[in-house]
Design a protein around this ligand. Structure first.
Ligand code: ADP
Length: 489
């Protein structure tokens, strides 16, 4: 089997024997590299005052971690600037927050060129290359310019909006058009893939781009085992004891405007206003580690949410009951798993989310005999797989979220079990190992026809596990030209 080379913005080097990296992408890449020789290349997380230094290599078993530093100027302009203030809002349908700056675009392309050069030096002819996420979109084009002929695939972890939105990005062909240079571009949902296909039709009519759907997932079985154990820990027991017999609602989100935390707070306010019977009987724990604090939009949101939390506790709380608990800390996977299992309801209500792994983690952590209920935004990628089991809400409709919370808190155990079984069917059929295997199978042309088109599954009356992986639709263009417009000009 050929060596797998992964490129992503950040690299998570395992911290000790058997220790799992924390974030969603890290777990996903770790799973992809398991069982085969591999190299994982990306930013080390280090920032230096001078020009970026050379690549630092760490060998661990069959995997080599290749870490590249960034200069502080590049960190500001490439990461805080173009990635987090241009591409992130754009892909999350927030063009009102997009702050385009030509210098930052140059920095994005410069860092990608640096990464491509460093990576190209390490590539062997039969390596398979898998590039992850919006930070490194131009990598395939830049590697091809350096003469590489390897298979190169790309997976977009975040949503993909329509060409009307993508087209608002100044010089979009230079960046988004560069996706046309991959052998395979993978998306979280068929809606994302369809949007990109329409972008190609409109802006890259001479290109045949192979696209497919691979909803990212979690280590379902491991997470269930962790939750079973962690729910008995002193930490989790203390939390349950502190509820005085009341129910626990949990929210776990990076502090990001795409996650819909503000509307969730309004929904909780609506619940306490309209259902005073919950006073003293329900606690909402919101875990929200801070992220991207150097970006002004994140700071503003941080301040607003802290203020709102205080206001609501002041208005509804009593000396013996705090309705909202707000925590900005990070927790281990075990503690998080235990907290999910100890919770009665999870609120996952992003305005827009590529997938949302928290929704899947919450379900995997539940006790099948007494599972919690999931309130899930229709605009999270996870809704495509979990619509049959979750209470699906429109995150812009705060009263509807409030009503769904009320319904979830009152739901009978029989109904919760029925919904849980439906959700778990989707999760068990598509864990993180299946996800990476499916992507690589299609990229490497091993068994390209094993994935069943969604339409066919629906037509055959298959249970709607919602796993929307579909056969790639290579669109063979009439013209043989392989150029992207931006380059032809
Ligand atoms: P995003 O990738 O946008 O942050 P996801 O929901 O897809 O959103 O993934 C978030 C990941 O980060 C999940 O695996 C979740 O468990 C983890 N996570 C979120 N908050 C914390 C926290 N406070 N401590 C540890 N892990 C966290």
């Amino acid at each position: 089997m050929s060596r797998l080379v992964v490129a992503s913005n950040r690299v998570a080097v395992p911290q000790g024997e058997g220790a799992m990296p924390a974030g969603g992408l890290a777990v996903a890449v770790d799973a992809a590299l398991k069982g085969r020789k591999g190299l994982w290349f990306g930013w080390s997380g280090e920032i230096s005052q001078r020009e970026a230094t050379g690549v630092h290599m760490i060998e661990q078993g069959p995997v080599t971690y290749a870490l590249q530093g960034l200069s502080s100027d590049d960190y500001d302009a490439y990461y805080n600037g173009y990635c987090n203030r241009v591409l992130w809002p754009l892909f999350h349908y927030r063009i009102d927050l997009m702050k385009f700056d030509e210098g930052q675009m140059e920095a994005y392309l410069r860092v990608n060129r640096l990464f491509a050069q460093r990576l190209a030096d390490m590539i062997r002819p039969d390596d398979v290359i898998w590039v992850h996420d919006y930070h490194l979109i131009p990598m395939a084009r830049l590697l091809r310019e350096r003469g590489l002929r390897n298979k190169i695939g790309f997976f977009l972890h975040i949503p993909c909006p329509s060409p009307d939105i993508l087209g608002t990005l100044p010089h979009h062909l230079e960046v988004i058009g560069a996706l046309g240079h991959y052998d395979l571009v993978g998306f979280q949902t068929s809606a994302d893939r369809d949007n990109f296909d329409r972008y190609v039709e409109r802006y890259l009519p001479d290109r045949a781009v192979k696209t497919a759907v691979f909803p990212v997932s979690i280590e379902t079985e491991t997470f269930t085992l962790q939750a079973e154990e962690a729910v008995h820990s002193d930490f989790v027991q203390e939390i349950r004891d502190s509820l005085g017999g009341g129910q626990l609602i949990i929210g776990v989100d990076r502090l990001d405007y795409s996650k819909g935390i503000t509307n969730r707070l309004e929904a909780f306010e609506w619940l306490l206003e309209h259902h005073p019977e919950w006073e003293g009987n329900v606690t909402y724990l919101q875990i929200a580690p801070k992220s991207r604090s150097a970006v002004p939009e994140y700071l503003e949101m941080d301040q607003f949410i802290s203020m709102k939390m205080g206001q609501l506790n002041g208005r509804f709380g009593s000396p013996s009951w705090t309705p909202l608990r707000y925590v900005n800390r990070n927790f281990s996977r075990e503690v998080l798993a235990g907290l999910y299992r100890a919770s009665d309801v999870a609120l996952v209500t992003p305005f827009r989310d590529g997938m949302n792994l928290v929704a899947k983690e919450f379900l995997a952590a539940q006790d099948p005999e007494d599972p919690g209920a999931l309130v899930l935004s229709e605009f999270a990628g996870a809704a495509a797989e979990l619509e049959a089991g979750a209470l699906i809400v429109n995150p812009y409709d705060t009263h509807a979220i409030g009503r769904s919370i009320d319904m979830a808190l009152r739901m009978s155990v029989a109904e919760r079990k029925r919904r849980f079984v439906k959700s778990m069917q989707a999760l068990e059929g598509n864990d993180i190992h299946a996800w990476s295997e499916r992507f690589l199978t299609v990229l490497e042309d091993r068994r390209p026809e094993t994935v069943v088109p969604l339409q066919e599954r629906k037509a055959a009356g298959a249970s709607n596990s919602g796993i929307a992986y579909e056969t790639p639709r290579p669109r063979i263009a009439a013209s043989a030209s392989q150029g992207v417009r931006a380059e032809q000009a």
